[in-house]
Structures are given as structure tokens and as C-alpha cells.
Design a protein around this ligand. Structure first.
Ligand code: TXA
Ligand code: MG
Length: 489
């Protein structure tokens, strides 16, 4: 398909539309009605239109026009099997794009649309497979940004739109950065100011037998749980073609290293000693805002997750402009609410988010007597044979001495955990494989989620340990009938 820009008036690149060349760049932070109308006309001609949403800017095309959709892939340099999200003006259009829409999808749509949530549903047969990367499922979303809404409502159909960046790069959250990324191949770039969320939408897959979280984002897992009655699992999200599957997705040009706050100083010193120019990205705290670490360029981000997320991609773009050899990023708090930030930082590092990082052994309740340990030990030996460097963490009553040392090098599970990718188990025990992206998350909700996932798969009751950090989770689990009385410390 054409790599060349869609036809447009001379000088339009970088201007809000091709209809008002005399006006130059839009003076306000919102495209005018006339500019939106011109963008609708461009979509109808099969051209590309970049537009703001509350998450990030999107690169849109008429989702019903395979040739227009092909232009999106060409402009981004995106592999053709990588599906696009279809943006709609309202949930009332859902049945034009998806079939077998489950009741839970309607409830999620009711609660979170318009807003930063994408639902994966079964594709309507008339949806071009070019949009869905050949898959039988489709991602749909109703954005709440007023310019996106105006565009979609006036257009009337679905607009297939990935983020408006070259494939694998950081998504743009200002019009200016769309121009820098794609100004040479997109004729119409609507103005919408700074994106309010700043990170891509939360993606929940409802096409299978239970909800799966494919990408954390603007809607938190706790909010989803209120509608779903359980936190969506991440089990099985290592399948191909899920978001950020490829290493080095959502990545700036500058290599990124994420390090714990207490290791920041040493990490920067090490990079400097090796002769590298270093940019440091810190979480703002008392009085440390602009301290230069060993003469490194230091930038900060707010210590609150929504504000951090809103500004993150802008900071990463700034870091690229500084032209440093490496960016050392202080790991933000490992707390609930930071999932999307941890996810994107993990990907910015180029770590495959689905790489195996740890194996968690979940034991039985003390009052259930000794587990059938033979099966567990055998499984653990097999895991360790395939993934030598992977630590095994224990969670539960039998985090004790009963296991051979080569099997259990780490003996307490009070660590960062999140729902794992693979589950296996026997009577009274379960093994959970944790992915790299999960290992970044020291959040309590991870434990709740894990427990629920195990519960759902019929692995039975089990206890979490009773220390302070877990007490609240344990109470939450008790309310849901998953665990009994916490163990004595
Ligand atoms: O916030 C957002 O979602 C932004 C704005 C523009 O809406 N869009 C966005 O699109 O982030 P994109 O293409 O950069 O990321 C969408 C992700 C892709 O990684 C794709 O794999 C996944 O959604 N996706 C889309 N359809 C899918 C499907 N049918 N099954 C699984 N994953 C799907
Ligand atoms: Mg993207």
C-alpha cells in the first residue's frame, strides 16, 4: 500500500487541517468544528487522520475500508498481523462490530465508556480482517476526548487507530509529537492538547471463558474488579499478538535501565565511570527534585501514579532529545495504582514482559495437614531444570524446611507478585509462573488476584502469611471466602 502521504493542500503538514492554511497551527488546544469536518471528509476519502484521545494520540482510518487500514500499517511500519483497535462514538454501535457480546461487556461499557478501556470481543463477520490482524476477535473502544468524540460522531462509522507513533516507539501525548513522528506521512493531525491519561487504554479480553487483562492502563484493576466481581487474570496473556509482546515495545531510543531508589546513586556512578552520558528520571520527593546525580541530567516525575503516567511519555521524549547514552529510571513505588506505569517502564527497558522471572509455590493451610509434597517437589525440580536462574518463592504455611535446598533457594513469598502466566498444581499446592512484567509489581492487589485465580481454577483454599503487609489482603480474601483465618506469624 502507498507509503506516500495522502493528497493534501500544500503546506498542510503540521497544520491542523488542510482547510485553513491561512490560520496556521491551531491557536487553541482544540481542533475547530471546521477542522473536524475536514478530517471526516479525509476519512471518507480513505486518508489517514491523527487525532487526540484521552489516552494517547491515535492514527485513524476508516475501519470498513481495507485500503485505508493498510495505509495505517504502512505509515507506522507495523506488522500486518498486529491488530488495531476500532474506535466508536458510542456503545450503541457495539453490535455492528462484535458478535456474541457477553453481558459483562455491556456492564463494563456502561461503567467506563466513554473512557480509556478497550474490550476484546468476537469479531463481526463483516469487519475486514485487515483490522484485526487476521484474528477472529476485535478490540473496540469509545474514547472520551471531546475532539475524538466529535470526529467519531460526525464520521458515524468505526475508526481503526493504533497509537500515532512508528511501530515499537513511545506513543505521542501531544500533537507536536505526532508531527515529529508521522508529520511526513499524515496529512491531517487534529489538535487536542495534552492527553489527560497519557498512557494507553486498559485492554480486557472478554472473548474467552473468563476476563483476561491484556494491558494495564487508564482504568485500574480495582475499578474493573468492581464490575467483574474479580480482578481479571493475566493467565495466558503470553500468547502471540497481545500488546507489547515484542521486546522493546513502547520504548524510547535511549536505552532504559529501571533501578530501585536505593540503588540509583550506585547505578548512575557506574554508568558515569564507564564513560556514558546519563539521564536520570526520578520520582519527585522532598527536596530531591533537581539534584544532579554525579553530574547526570536529572528529570523528575510526580509521586502520584495518575500524574506520573500523564507525564511519563513526555519525559521519555525529552530524554531522547538530550541525546544521552542511557536513561537510569528510579523505580516508582511498588503499590497498587502503579500497574500501568510499571508495565510501560518494563517494556521501555526492552525486557520481554512475558519472560519467566520467578516460580511461586503456594502451599496449603496449616490445618489441612501436610501436603502431598512429592508431586510439588518433582514439579519444582522440572521447573528449575528448564529455568536455572529463576528463583522459587514460597507462599503459604509450608514455607519451611521440608524441601531440598537445590529446589528452594528462596524461602518466603512476601515479595512482588502478580497473577502469573502458567498454573499447575496438585492436592493442596499450586505452582504459578511469574512473568517479567509481573515481577515489577510489588502491589498487594497482586496477591489478591493470585489467590482469586487459584481459587477460580479449583486449587482450593490456602493461607497467605499473616504479616502486616498482607493483613489487609487477607481480610479482603476472607470476605470473598477464598482463605480462612490467617496463620499466626
Ligand atoms: O489508548 C489506546 O488504546 C490507544 C488510543 C489511540 O486508543 N491505542 C493504542 O493502540 O494503544 P495500539 O495499536 O498502539 O495498541 C493496541 C493494542 C495492540 O498491542 C494490539 O495488539 C492490541 O491492542 N489489540 C488490538 N486488537 C486486539 C485483539 N483483537 N486481540 C488482542 N489484542 C488486540
Ligand atoms: Mg501503540
Amino acid at each position: 500500500m502507498p507509503e506516500t502521504p495522502a493528497p493534501r493542500a500544500a503546506g498542510a503538514t503540521g497544520a491542523a487541517t488542510d482547510q485553513h492554511p491561512a490560520a496556521g497551527p491551531a491557536p487553541s488546544d482544540r481542533a475547530t468544528e471546521a477542522q473536524v469536518a475536514a478530517a471526516v471528509a479525509a476519512l471518507r476519502r480513505g486518508e489517514l487522520v491523527a487525532f487526540p484521545t484521552e489516552t494517547v494520540y491515535g492514527l485513524g482510518a476508516d475501519a470498513a475500508d481495507p485500503a485505508a487500514v493498510a495505509r495505517v500499517f504502512a505509515a507506522k511500519g507495523r506488522p500486518a498481523d498486529h491488530p488495531l483497535i476500532v474506535h466508536l462514538a458510542s456503545a450503541a454501535q457495539l453490535d455492528d462490530w462484535a458478535v456474541d457480546v457477553p453481558e459483562v461487556a455491556r456492564r463494563l461499557a456502561d461503567r467506563f465508556w466513554p473512557g480509556p478501556l478497550t474490550l476484546i470481543l468476537r469479531r463481526h463477520p463483516r469487519v475486514p480482517t485487515a483490522v484485526t490482524g487476521g484474528q477472529d476477535t476485535i478490540g473496540v473502544r469509545v474514547p472520551r476526548h471531546p475532539v475524538a468524540h466529535a470526529l467519531l460522531e460526525a464520521f458515524g462509522g468505526g475508526v481503526a487507530a493504533p497509537s500515532a507513533n512508528r511501530f515499537g516507539r513511545v506513543s505521542p501525548t501531544t500533537r507536536e509529537r505526532v508531527v515529529a513522528e508521522l508529520g511526513d506521512v499524515v496529512g491531517t493531525i487534529l489538535e487536542g492538547g495534552d492527553c489527560e491519561v497519557g498512557l494507553e487504554s486498559t485492554i480486557v479480553d472478554l472473548s474467552g471463558d473468563r476476563p483476561r487483562l491484556l494491558r494495564p492502563g487508564g482504568i485500574g484493576t480495582d475499578e474493573l474488579a468492581e464490575v467483574l466481581d474479580a480482578v481479571p487474570t493475566r493467565e495466558g496473556t503470553g500468547a502471540p499478538r497481545t500488546p507489547g509482546r515484542l521486546p522493546s515495545h513502547y520504548a524510547p531510543t535511549t536505552p532504559v535501565r529501571v533501578v530501585d531508589a536505593d540503588a540509583l546513586d550506585a547505578a548512575v556512578a557506574g554508568e558515569r565511570e564507564a564513560g556514558r552520558r546519563v539521564a536520570v528520571l526520578r520520582v519527585a520527593g522532598d527536596g530531591d527534585g533537581d539534584i544532579g546525580l554525579h553530574g547526570a541530567e536529572t528529570l523528575t516525575l510526580p509521586a502520584e501514579p495518575a500524574a506520573y503516567g500523564r507525564a511519563l511519555y513526555g519525559r521519555l521524549a525529552e530524554i531522547d532529545r538530550l541525546g544521552c547514552d542511557v536513561a537510569v529510571v528510579e523505580r516508582p513505588p511498588a503499590r497498587h495504582g502503579w500497574e500501568a506505569v510499571h508495565d510501560r517502564l518494563g517494556r521501555a527497558q526492552g525486557v520481554d514482559p512475558h519472560a519467566l522471572r520467578a516460580v511461586l509455590l503456594v502451599g496449603p493451610c496449616a490445618d489441612e495437614g501436610p501436603p502431598d509434597t512429592a508431586g510439588a517437589v518433582e514439579e519444582l525440580r522440572a521447573w528449575r531444570a528448564t529455568a536455572e536462574a529463576v528463583p522459587v518463592l514460597l507462599l503459604g504455611a509450608w514455607a519451611s524446611s521440608a524441601y531440598p535446598p537445590e529446589v528452594l533457594p528462596a524461602v518466603r513469598g512476601d515479595r512482588a507478585i502478580h497473577t502469573g502466566l502458567r498454573l499447575t498444581g496438585g492436592p493442596g499446592w499450586a505452582l504459578v509462573a511469574l512473568e517479567a512484567s509481573d515481577a515489577n509489581l510489588g502491589i498487594p492487589v497482586g496477591r489478591v488476584e493470585l489467590a482469586l485465580a487459584l481459587h477460580d481454577t479449583g486449587r482450593g483454599r490456602f493461607h497467605l502469611s499473616a504479616d502486616d503487609a498482607l493483613a489487609a489482603d487477607t481480610r479482603a480474601l476472607q470476605r470473598r471466602g477464598v482463605v480462612g483465618t490467617p496463620l499466626a506469624p
